[in-house]
Design a protein around this ligand. Structure first.
Ligand SMILES: [Zn+2]
Length: 86
């Protein structure tokens, strides 16, 4: 395992990776912020994040709690605010 080469000056541009799992094919993988979408609704039930599984192509949607919302927005994930009147 000596394939990792450290490139000088690259440390600051390392992309944030989010661990995710697909409920369809059960694979686990890491996604960049650009591969994820976050939708914040009026309540917890309408707040979720979504992504397309890189393994099987399935559209995955999962509920996002406060911590996940914080994590994703802080990591630069595109956020969509849903204006729903409950
Ligand atoms: Zn999958």
């Amino acid at each position: 395992m000596r394939e990792m080469s450290v490139m000088p000056g690259m440390a600051t541009v390392a992309p944030v990776l989010f661990k995710a799992a697909c409920p369809d094919c059960r694979r686990r993988f890491e996604l960049t912020a650009g591969a994820l979408r976050l939708a914040i609704g009026a309540s917890r039930r309408t707040t979720f994040y979504s992504f397309t599984c890189p393994e099987c192509g399935s559209a995955v949607r999962k509920p996002a709690g406060d911590r996940i919302v914080e994590l994703l927005t802080g990591g630069g994930v595109r956020t969509l605010r849903l204006h729903t009147t409950a």
